[in-house]
Design a protein around this ligand. Structure first.
Ligand code: KG4
Ligand code: ZN
Length: 363
């Protein structure tokens, strides 16, 4: 039913989030609390600290979104909580709170796979056409693709589509063929792409998480000044590998002494290499799924403008739009969890209260 309302909970990494969503896609309330500051002095997410922070903040966020939505628990059709993959302590906090509310109010519980939640975000009614990125000017011709907001892409993205999940913890390419129907086309052989940004940024003396700072620094640099490798570029398939690029950054830094300009050049070279590899991998993925209707990006790295431009170009060359949901729905959030929960509830897919959170849970 389109008026069914679901509460979603997210606590798999370092974002604590709750959201109330109606089955027609209307977001009734959402709240996200980033723990970035708590982890920054350790240079990365500390699982124990993350779990304790979720425990401290999640109940309050839940009360807050329910209050803002003007709802009581009795108005809900179900509770959806991320139950994997992710850091086990945080997963237990979110799933257990979700089950507690479900028991107390006699509601169905849905254990949501975090990757599925990212994958289905693009089907959330209302996020298009704003999410369709303008196509690069050189791709515009007689058969020009629509620019953002021109309405021709109104309505959700249709199956099958391609998802590139580019975050600090994940780096994979998935063919999304329907709800519950996912085919992983490629994954990273070593680090996640966000991790590569963070590690390279650290080598350049930037604070964690380094992606945004590295992007800012790169604007001052010459991407051609320091030649860096482009791992797997031109190879078949759409797997990823970033450790060689990170090592090359370490070697360039070690050759020092580095001026400010030198650092900016390395940042620009690194970012250009990542963008080129991602565009190449995306092109291979598009060729692997002939019926694909769109290339969708998610994850924190999707915020990067050079990455977006490269992916928009790759998609446009194959006649596809690049769909980039608003950043707050690209990074970890509870709206996507509630939406995945709604899609599962529609199909009668609920979980037992004994469902155990899974640190590893491939799609
Ligand atoms: O999806 P996300 O917020 O959290 C998870 O990892 O689950 O992604 C965070 C990652 C970090 O590695 C961060 O450095 C990277 O996304 N990131 C960026 C940018 N903004 C965030 N990387 C490159 N450029 C950016 N503008
Ligand atoms: Zn995520």
């Amino acid at each position: 039913r389109d008026d069914a309302i679901v509460l979603g909970l997210e606590s798999s990494c370092d974002e604590t989030a709750a959201a109330v969503l109606r089955a027609d896609g209307t977001i009734l309330a959402e709240a996200v609390l980033s723990q970035q500051e708590e982890h920054a002095r350790f240079g990365g997410v500390v699982p124990e600290i993350a779990a304790r922070a979720h425990l401290e903040h999640l109940p309050r966020l839940v009360a807050q979104v329910m209050d803002r939505a003007g709802l009581g628990y009795g108005d809900l059709a179900g509770i959806a909580a991320t139950s994997g993959p992710g850091l086990i302590g945080g997963l237990i906090v979110g799933a257990t709170l979700g089950k507690g509310i479900a028991i107390a109010h006699g509601l169905p519980f849905v254990a949501v796979n975090h990757l599925e939640a990212h994958a289905l975000t693009a089907t959330l009614p209302g996020i298009l056409p704003a999410a369709v990125l303008a196509v690069l000017p050189e791709a515009r011709g007689r058969d020009a693709l629509p620019a953002a907001g021109d309405g021709r892409h109104a309505g959700p993205v249709r199956f099958p589509y391609l998802l590139l999940l580019l975050s600090g913890g994940h780096c994979q390419c998935v063919a999304v063929e329907g709800v519950g129907r996912y085919r992983r086309l490629g994954t990273t052989l070593d680090d996640a792409v966000g991790e590569a940004f963070d590690k390279s940024a650290k080598l350049l003396g930037l604070p964690w998480p380094g992606g945004p700072a590295l992007e800012r620094l790169a604007t001052q640099g010459d991407p051609a000044a320091v030649p860096l490798p482009r791992p797997l570029l031109g190879r078949p398939g759409c797997d990823f590998s970033w450790s060689g690029l990170k090592t090359a950054v370490a070697q360039a830094v070690a050759r020092g002494p580095l001026t400010g300009q030198g650092k900016a050049d390395i940042a620009a070279g690194f970012q250009a290499a990542v963008a080129a590899v991602l565009a190449d991998r995306a092109a291979h993925a598009i060729a692997m799924v002939p019926g694909a209707t769109a290339l969708v990006v998610a994850g924190g790295v999707a915020a990067n403008q050079a990455v977006r431009a490269a992916l928009a170009g790759a998609a446009a060359r194959h006649g596809l739009p690049l769909v980039a949901p608003p950043i707050r729905l690209c990074t970890d959030n509870a709206v996507m969890v509630a939406w995945a929960g709604i899609e599962r509830l529609r199909r009668g897919l609920t979980d037992e209260l004994g469902h155990a959170p899974r640190p590893r849970w491939p799609l």
